[in-house]
Design a protein around this ligand. Sequence first.
Ligand SMILES: NC(=O)c1ccc[n+]([C@@H]2O[C@H](COP(=O)([O-])OP(=O)(O)OC[C@H]3O[C@@H](n4cnc5c(N)ncnc54)[C@H](O)[C@@H]3O)[C@@H](O)[C@H]2O)c1
Length: 452
Amino acid sequence: MRVAMIGTGYVGLVSGACFADFGHHVACVDKDDAKIDALKRGAIPIYEPGLGEIVSTNLREGRLSFATDLANAVRDADAVFIAVGTPSRRGDGHADLSFVYAAAREIAAALNGFTVVITKSTVPVGTGDEVERIIREVNPHADVAVVSNPEFLREGAAIRDFKHPDRIVIGTEDERAKEVMAALYRPLYLNSAPILYTNRRAAELTKYAANAFLATKITFINEIAELCEKVGADVQEVARGIGLDNRIGSKFLHPGPGYGGSCFPKDTVALIKTAHDHDVSLRIVEAVVAVNDARKRAMARKVAAALGGSVRGRTIAVLGLTFKPNTDDMREAPAIALITALQDLGARVRAFDPVGIEQAKQILSDVVYADGPYECADTADALVIVTEWEQFRALDLETLKRVMARPVIIDLRNIYRQDELARHGFTYMGIGRGSGQQPASVEAAASLAPAS
Ligand SMILES: NC(=O)c1ccc[n+]([C@@H]2O[C@H](COP(=O)([O-])OP(=O)(O)OC[C@H]3O[C@@H](n4cnc5c(N)ncnc54)[C@H](O)[C@@H]3O)[C@@H](O)[C@H]2O)c1
């Protein structure tokens, strides 16, 4: 199959490279000249483990190419994927579809012979109808089928997720399009990844429903963690206790500083907007968004509490800036809200991240960036672990204690054990770990328990 991938960001580049690895001929197109120049030289513009190898192999073997000329790539293609960004629209939180529609117009003008146009970007329900309308308006004679094929890969594990998906969702009722999609994904369903055919609208909504559900799960355990802190329970134990129930499942039950990233924050808000447009209110998702927003800034108050109530004039070392490990993506990272809130409270912030510092510099101001975790902790009054990069999991506690002004660790990912840190003389605060710290008054807490 000949494929054109429009948009060469986290999703387009990974998908394009993986389709080439399956044996298809893929032209990756982007309007960003610098990105395409870099890719032609074999430089990967994002941090994604394993991606560089797949790109260079397929470039060398002639199945993958990069271009800024969309028309040329589309003219030859059997399948054209739209994988451009759909950020939050400024002002109202709706998905900004201007990039999708602009791409659709350009694609329409270049179509040649039967072509399947596939929206891989996350787009609100009904967008496929509008993409089809645009194409027919620009090119009334186009022989085209417009399909929805949302992407579920996770940054940091994107290659694995693309090659071993839990499912492939394909929204189309066009038989010719189904054949093309089946040929594209054949290597995957030979490995028994189920393909779910739905209508286009169901496929579009499935992506938002999945992200909203996952965001809900994270937010749920974060609220339970707060209760754990008040009642003397350990949220890790509670999460394990509920996660072993197959109806619940153990994934996405890790408490933390609130979800961030390039998808959950914008997709939950866009889903709420879509629902409002259809006179439906998704009150659970609305609560999730509100709770998560409040939580991100509340983490700064947690840091202040660990220092006796104030961070004014204190130096706070922040380990981890990206929204999760193994990516350089800083979009909506919890570190942003935490650091700005700490600065608002009068703290000086020093930070280290293994790959995210360049991206962070474009978003945060007045932060001093360190070359490593110990340099970051040097003379700090507290150390906050925000992103659970592997290299933060086994820090040399003796060195840390020696270089810090005060041995205080706030672990927003629960990667350390309270008793271990206490043994090394640290004041330690995790998330939802009430068991080591009895509630202020056990009798008072007990008196609140309902009589059985
Ligand atoms: N990042 C993720 O983990 C993830 C996962 C699943 C789905 N998605 C969805 O996939 C879509 C893309 O996300 P991303 O993170 O890859 O975005 P991104 O911002 O990293 O990349 C988008 C790319 O599209 C290019 N572009 C925009 N308009 C173009 C046009 N007309 N022609 C050619 N190129 C154009 C931009 O220059 C940019 O390089 C979004 O809808 C997102 O919600 C993202």
